[in-house]
Design a protein around this ligand. Structure first.
Ligand code: FAD
Length: 397
């Protein structure tokens, strides 16, 4: 797809990485995505290929064995991968967030221990904020970690861990009750090492099994039950309790750019499928692309793809420049996910009855797009973040 979603000002290295990833997506992901998705099978070979390409260490600094690339490079890689199959981007997304948190907030010992192994994909991360009773309202977390000397005992139930079973490290947000007045200052991030798999994977930690989902299959999403689970105080991220909320918000801020990138990838693919189908399918003696109603749909879809891509790139570049990007990341996530749902829906309509058949890729994209309206904060939460940021900036005198 030559024309849409181009990015000006990339370095030679960025272009080379993207060309390699695009080739991998076209040859190794797109041809297998439907079958793997319908079988709800973990993409073991694809993940091995991504490890070989060094994608697990894309943003990890070179001194810790990674490629030291920017958030922008990462987001553009994710856009390509989601164009192939969103579930694959889900495998690296939580890993990327946890690596970012360790890199930004970990003690030097934690960085030395985790980052080199995360760069090779030997350690793969999941992150856990949500619980059965809460998702948007993070500060209301109930899972408790009580300190006793050099260890904490964790009790509580977590929900919706992407890669909960297939990862071997969970960045866990739990309540430690630091005596602070504001609820979010009583939360702490723990680095929970665990073996991969399901059942009681460690004394006091159970990963019950995969949650059955409407889409986003292949990648496992799980609960995690902590019942008297003991963890050393040295596993508190950054060594200081009470800072977990800030750690997680930093993580989801880069995560939001990532979700925007995934939405862009799905929208690009939905457009590609629609523009192709519209030129092949004939009604009333001509290709449907020559009916103005369909041509206009294509024009609107392409405009949305382009707008979402530009906002996503802008948000990534802002974060890379070291500036606060909560408003821009929120805007990019909001616009890209809403547009992705619209573009996917229009592509589905262009496919007529065939869009409803499991033989056609658009059927899968239709089930993937809604997740992006929810993950890393719903559209309503993005609007809350954007409006708060704007009111801070445009405070009336
Ligand atoms: C497939 C999948 C994977 C996930 N992976 C992870 C993961 O890896 N780690 C993790 O921690 N979480 C994960 N999540 C959880 C996800 O982040 C939450 O589902 C999301 O934040 C929404 O929270 P909730 O489901 O509790 O909805 P709620 O917070 O209960 O919201 C319900 C509705 O109310 C609206 N709402 C809530 N508060 C307000 C408000 N103040 N103003 C206006 N409207 C409001 C919401 O927008 C939504 O429409 C995942 C979820 C899914 C579905």
């Amino acid at each position: 797809m030559a024309r849409l979603a181009q990015t000006a000002g990339l370095t030679d290295i960025q272009r080379e990485i993207l060309a390699t990833v695009k080739d991998f997506v076209d040859k190794e992901i797109i041809p297998h995505a439907q079958a793997l998705e319908h079988a709800d099978a973990y993409p073991t070979d694809i993940v091995a290929g991504m490890r070989e390409m060094g994608l697990f260490g894309l943003t990890i600094p070179e001194e810790y064995g990674g490629l030291g690339e920017s958030l922008l490079t990462y987001a553009l890689v994710v856009e390509q991968i989601a164009r192939g199959w969103m579930s694959v981007s889900g495998v690296i997304n939580t890993h990327f967030i946890v690596a970012h948190m360790v890199k930004q907030h970990g003690t030097e010992d934690q960085k030395q221990h985790y980052l080199p192994k995360m760069a090779t994909g030997e350690i793969r991360g999941a992150f856990s904020m949500s619980e059965p009773d809460l998702g948007s309202d993070v500060a209301a977390i109930k899972t408790r970690a009580r300190r006793d000397g050099d260890t904490y005992t964790v009790d509580g139930a977590k929900m919706w861990l992407t890669n909960g079973g297939s990862s071997n490290l969970i960045a866990l947000l739990a309540r430690t009750d630091e005596g602070a007045e504001k609820p979010h200052q009583n939360l702490t991030t723990f680095l929970v090492d665990k073996p991969e798999g399901f059942g009681e994977v460690a004394p006091g930690l159970t990963i019950p099994g995969k949650i059955e989902k409407m889409g986003y299959k292949g990648v496992d999403t799980t609960e995690a039950v902590f019942d008297g689970y003991r963890i050393g105080a040295d596993k508190v991220l950054g060594g200081a309790a009470g800072k977990g909320f800030a750690h997680m918000m930093d993580g989801v801020e880069v995560g939001r750019v990532n979700v925007a990138a995934r939405a862009c990838g799905i929208a690009i693919r939905a457009f590609e499928l629609a523009v192709d189908y519209a030129q092949q399918r004939r009604t009333f003696g001509k290709p449907i692309a020559e009916h103005q109603a369909i041509a206009f749909k294509l024009a609107e879809m392409a405009t949305k793809v382009e707008a979402a891509h530009l906002m996503m790139v802008n948000a990534a570049r802002l974060k890379d420049s070291g500036q606060r990007n909560d408003v821009e990341a929120g805007m990019a996530k909001l616009l890209a996910s809403e547009y992705c749902a619209e573009v996917t829906q229009e592509s589905f309509r262009i496919h007529g009855g065939y869009g409803y058949s499991k033989e056609y890729e658009i059927e899968r994209l239709m089930r993937e797009a809604p997740f992006l309206l929810i993950g890393e904060g719903t559209s309503e939460i993005q609007k809350t973040i954007i409006s708060r940021g704007l009111l801070r900036e445009y405070r009336a005198r």
